[in-house]
Design a protein around this ligand. Structure first.
Ligand SMILES: [Fe+2]
Length: 322
């Protein structure tokens, strides 16, 4: 078992050639030792969830989300009802039919930040490319779910490593650069606030790879790699280490600009086609964004929030005069 005094180095083991080939581009699996850590024991997470719920009421930061579990791959996140339970919420997962997460657990307890930093150094070591200096925002999220719960098909902005701690589950992971599977317009809508923008197309399921997760197995989810999850017959606990990089944030800003250009009737160039055009589009929103980013929202959305605020008087004027 890993204890507080353990040497936390060598927490992951990987096929280095596969890691270098696929990191940031395609999903792949790896082995880890995080499930040996007492930080992710059920009772410990019960206590951290209660602390996160209390802190979240007081200020922006960590969050404890407790919802009813969904059962369909194409369900919307809004279909899941909020659950009020905090006390013993985690330890009663076996029978509660729930889906929970503690977002930004590092802000609840600094021990998790130490572990996150160790893991990021490990990832950088095996990636053999500079990573930590390119990270704008990183966090650790703990996902907890009752037996047989489904996490619907969706995309995330962050690069992600998902470590299975307790229980088994299957995760379908899709390549992020397949534009038939994930059209540019869906990505643009996602980056302007529609978390359900990515639409599941059952006929394209064979383009995904199903990974079987069990304690000691992890997967890498590249930014915008669509995925959905089906839990096994036991309670599942997974730990996500996720981060925004300068490159992924820049691409997000291009997609955001493209969304508005498309609304003006234009057919904007997708990111990656012209360095100059991308630089102009991303540069504008980067100027409006908060620096340094102190949250995921700061890194990805603060530019368009400010843009909307700048245009608000114009929208009000048009409404009043039309
Ligand atoms: Fe996700």
């Amino acid at each position: 078992m890993i204890t507080a005094s353990s040497n936390l180095e060598r927490m992951i083991s990987v096929d280095r050639a596969e890691f270098r080939e696929k990191f940031g581009r395609l999903p792949f699996s790896l082995s880890h030792r995080l499930h040996e850590s007492p930080l992710f024991a059920l009772e410990r997470l019960n206590a951290e969830a209660a602390k996160a719920a209390m802190i979240a009421k007081a200020r922006k930061g960590p969050k404890f989300v407790n919802k009813s579990g969904l059962s369909k791959v194409d369900a919307k996140f809004a279909d899941a009802a909020e659950r009020a339970q905090v006390v013993n919420a985690v330890s009663e997962l076996k029978d509660s039919g729930a889906w929970m997460k503690i977002s930004n657990i590092c802000a609840v307890n600094a021990e998790y930040r130490v572990l996150l930093d160790t893991m990021l150094r490990e990832i950088e070591r095996v990636a053999e490319v500079p990573l930590i200096d390119n990270i704008v925002w990183s966090q650790m999220t703990v996902f907890m779910a009752s037996p047989n719960v489904v996490t619907p098909y969706h995309i995330d902005h962050e690069q992600n490593f998902l470590f299975q701690i307790t229980g088994d589950k299957e995760i379908s992971l899709f390549p992020p650069d397949d534009r038939e599977l994930l059209p540019d317009t869906e990505i643009e809508r996602f980056y302007t606030g529609d978390i359900n923008a990515a639409r599941y197309r059952e006929a394209l399921q064979p383009r995904g790879t199903v990974f079987k997760l069990r304690p000691g197995v992890a997967v890498h989810l590249p930014s915008l790699g669509a995925h959905w999850v089906r839990n096994g017959a036991d309670v599942s606990i997974s730990v996500s280490i996720n981060f925004c990089t300068r490159e992924t944030d820049r691409r997000a800003h291009v997609y955001q600009m493209n969304h508005y250009l498309r609304k003006l009737g234009l057919k904007p160039r997708p990111p990656g086609k012209s360095i100059m055009v991308d630089t102009l589009k991303a540069g504008y929103l980067d100027l409006l964004s908060k620096h340094p980013a102190k949250s995921y929202d700061d890194a990805v959305y603060s530019g368009i929030y400010r843009q909307r605020a700048l245009l608000a008087p114009l929208r009000h004027f048009r409404k009043e005069t039309s």
